[in-house]
Design a protein around this ligand. Structure first.
Ligand SMILES: Nc1ncnc2c1ncn2[C@@H]1O[C@H](COP(=O)(O)OP(=O)(O)OP(=O)(O)O)[C@@H](O)[C@H]1O
Ligand SMILES: O=P(O)(O)OC[C@H]1O[C@H](OP(=O)(O)OP(=O)(O)O)[C@H](O)[C@@H]1O
Ligand SMILES: [Mg+2]
Length: 284
């Protein structure tokens, strides 16, 4: 078994539950009490530290913990010496500018103005790169209220559905500053570590099991090339002989979101007994 793995995971907020679900699917035990700060998983020789999502990049950047799960926005905001090694497909959000509706603001108009955010590292760097001389007002949260309350002229904040902005009478402007999602981070330039590699293989397996299904069907051998074009699989589909003369059985992974369309197309070329099953786990 590889050396002990010390993993930083979000203790609360939008990333906590999806991160725990994914780790559980990857075979790690997860805490039952949301107040636990540390959890040892002896079977996997792993130890989980439940930390504020914004602090995770700091612990990993200092080399205290080998690996962590946080948001891409938080990773960039921290300016810690960490790099993203795997996007996780949850906690998706956009980091955007917003101002009261009907003002037709442009990003260049922010010079000389006050912009409130809880991601001041990220915002400061963005403004500096574009030579925009705005004053960054750091707030810890509920940034949308800052304009109404008179401490800022615009905000830069996390937008998911846009409901919070709308409720505050704000509208986004300019290009999105960043597209974010939950990511695995490591210390920048860290050596390859077998225990981290194992974790990443497991997480990649979970992502594939979520995104793909297994498709089985029977098709006439004369239509096999057409069928393979529809279901090319990862490294080519498995093709087995069928007892029925002139027919073959085909098995291939297909993207989950395309499964119904592919089944229709396979039916159209004469395939039958088309079955779709979930993938429980995998290593590709
Ligand atoms: N409404 C949302 N939907 C999806 N992802 C979100 C949402 N709000 C924030 N996120 C993302 O989740 C991550 C953590 O944000 P979260 O709001 O949980 O942390 P926080 O603001 O530091 O904590 P708290 O809200 O408890 O003060 C960030 O990467 C952020 O982009
Ligand atoms: O676009 P929406 O779907 O409305 O989501 C975006 C909101 O969600 C987050 O707030 P959170 O609940 O984390 O509160 P916070 O401001 O205290 O971080 C974020 O900071 C926005 O305010
Ligand atoms: Mg928040």
């Amino acid at each position: 078994m590889p050396d002990q793995l010390r993993i930083a995971v979000p203790n609360k907020g939008q990333l906590a539950e999806p991160a725990a679900d994914m780790l559980r699917e990857a075979g790690y035990i997860q805490r039952k009490d949301s107040r636990d700060l540390v959890l040892v998983d002896p079977d996997n020789n792993a130890e989980f530290f439940f930390l504020r999502p914004k602090d995770i990049a700091v612990y990993v950047g200092e080399g205290i913990l080998q690996v962590g799960i946080t948001g891409r926005d938080m990773l960039l905001d921290s300016q810690a010496a960490v790099e993203e090694v795997l996007p996780l497909g949850f906690g998706g959000s956009t980091f955007r500018f917003a101002a009261p509706g009907g003002r037709d603001m442009r990003v260049e108009d922010l010079s000389g103005k006050r912009v409130a955010t809880s991601y001041s590292g990220l915002l400061t760097q963005y403004l500096r790169e574009r030579n925009i001389d705005a004053r960054v007002i750091h707030l810890d949260g509920a940034v949308e209220s800052s304009i109404q309350l008179g401490v800022a002229d615009a905000v830069a904040d996390v937008v998911s559905t846009g409901t919070t902005l709308r409720n505050a009478g704000l509208e986004t402007f300019g290009e999105p500053i960043l597209e974010s999602e939950g990511v695995v981070v490591r210390q920048y330039g860290a050596d390859t570590d077998p225990s981290v590699e194992q974790l990443l293989r497991r997480l990649r397996g979970v992502l594939v099991a979520r995104d793909y299904v297994m498709m089985d069907y029977d098709v006439h051998a004369e239509r096999l090339d057409d069928a393979v074009a529809l279901t090319p699989g990862m490294e080519g589909p498995t093709v087995s002989p069928l007892h029925r003369e002139g027919w073959v059985a085909v098995r291939a992974m297909v993207p989950r979101r395309d499964a119904q369309r592919i089944m229709d197309d396979l039916w159209g070329i004469g395939a039958r007994a088309i079955l779709v099953t979930d993938i429980y786990a995998c290593r590709l």
